[in-house]
Design a protein around this ligand. Sequence first.
Ligand code: PLP
Length: 461
Amino acid sequence: MTLNQNQFRLLPSVDELLHTSQGMALAETFSHELAVSALRLSISQARDAIRAGSPCPSAESLLLTAELHLQQQFQPRLRPLINATGVIINTNLGRAPLSQASLQAVQRVAGGYSNLEYDIDLGARGSRHTHVSALLRELTGAEAALVTNNNAAAVLLGLSALAAGHEVVISRGQLVEIGGGFRVPDVMRQSGCQLVEVGTTNRTRIADYAAALTDRTAVLLSVHPSNFLITGFTESTSIASLVELAHERGLLVMDDLGSGCLLNCEQYGLSHEPTPQESLAAGADLVCFSGDKLLGGPQAGIILGKAEVVARVARHPLMRAMRIDKMTLAALEATLRHYQLGEAEIRIPIWRMISTPAEKVARRAADWAHQLTAQGLAVHTQPGQSTIGGGSLPGETLPTMLLALDAVSCSLPLETISQRLRTRHTPIITRISRDTLYLDPRTVLEEQDAEVIAALQAALA
Ligand SMILES: *Cc1c(COP(=O)(O)O)cnc(C)c1O
């Protein structure tokens, strides 16, 4: 008899393992069936290992392997991570983190019943839109407001309601692709309207729009080129002049702002981002934007405009297919309250990140570096740039201070370190550029500092 055969004999049965206290705990936490299949897998892996010359593992080790299998299998697929990229609004990383008040609002309505579509005063059916429409009107000066599932839905719904079967005039410079395959011309076609392109990529004048009007024209559409810049010899037409032309002919102006920034970006050293307030004041009939870009709230589409125009949109049958759900509505209302109370900059995470002065980020980066160098790790700080991202303010950056790990002073390849940080229980996403791995404290929530330090120590060990 070979040593190997002896080792096979030492392997316990599934039943024996199930009757240990850890085995019973596994069956209790998961289920009998799941515990059995995880133990079978663990034993079969041990058999392969013995065949390859390893000794038989202990019962504890077999049980632990089974437990790890189950933990991995039941780990939530959608889970939190730490964004150390310095890109504040990142669509792949879930766009805007919600404020504490927004989280609490979701919690309050999600676990029970609510007055989602119930008018408490009348004791009768109500509308889900009323919970935020007054707030949105107050904050933007709009006559009426409506909310959808996201801004893509808002654009599709707006065009379907106002222009199906008619012509929509748009500048060639605004036929943009937002990302994830969302292309303005495709959405226009889906809404059943006919696209009429005017002007050129870099220059479109009001006369170009005027020359394109026919008796089939319904809407002049403006789309904010929110994720790219055309610089140099450019000219675009203001909302005010589109409105003047459109209203002379009994037509409507719709403005897709993309980001929908309610605050004045210039106060943070960024360039001007058109606000819904300005667009409405210039006379736009319908304005739409995202809830989770520069508004800093949940995924949603906000539609603002003239009462009669918004009412037409609200009556469209697609409204039902694109409606917002109660958790989003709760988070959106709480986010809008921060603007009403004038506390957006301190309570809304993305605005807190945007408004943090570079010196304050630098103090955090220096603190991280100090703690890591004290452990003998070769890191340093380096000035850099954070970006807004998420199809907002293209080319705009905020000065920041990065924590940097140079490839030359690391005993491990940077790709290995970045992978270790990425594959931990709470992943940390970093950026590698020109043989240096960077972490930007600006996008790391302050309560995550200690975890980032500990993870870097572990990854570099
Ligand atoms: C981001 C964006 C959209 C899509 O908004 P979602 O909320 O992601 O659906 C539409 N139009 C513009 C101009 C955008 O920037």
